[in-house]
Design a protein around this ligand. Structure first.
Ligand SMILES: [Zn+2]
Length: 110
């Protein structure tokens, strides 16, 4: 539906250096426990909890793991254009060159 009702979206993916992955159910090292991320266990979903994370890079991608990670607005003459509504909000900020944008690069459930 998104493709029919909104302008083409630009998705992002954050590259992270992760030192440790923990199981959300048992708290053990994810590689050592028997739980599988995304599967339910007694009404609770297993997830991988990332620990000791260092951001490395951000990339533009066509098929993101998390579709909420996207460019939300970008600069145009006279303001910022919302990527979903295509509405331009006037901006009085002085840009420092380039093509500034606003984006979501990670969400709390990543
Ligand atoms: Zn586990």
């Amino acid at each position: 539906m998104e493709k029919w009702f909104f302008p083409p979206q630009v998705f992002m993916s954050a590259g992270l250096i992760v030192k440790r992955q923990e199981c959300s159910l048992c708290g053990d090292d994810y590689e050592k426990c028997d739980h599988i991320a995304g599967r339910p266990y007694m009404g609770r979903l297993c997830a991988v909890v990332l620990k000791e994370v260092t951001p490395d890079h951000v990339a533009l991608v066509e098929a993101p793991a998390n579709r909420r990670c996207r460019i939300t607005a970008f600069s145009v003459p006279g303001g910022r254009r919302n990527r979903m509504t295509w509405v331009v909000t006037p901006s009085v900020e002085k840009e420092n060159g380039g093509n500034p944008m606003e984006a979501i690069i990670a969400t709390s459930d990543d």
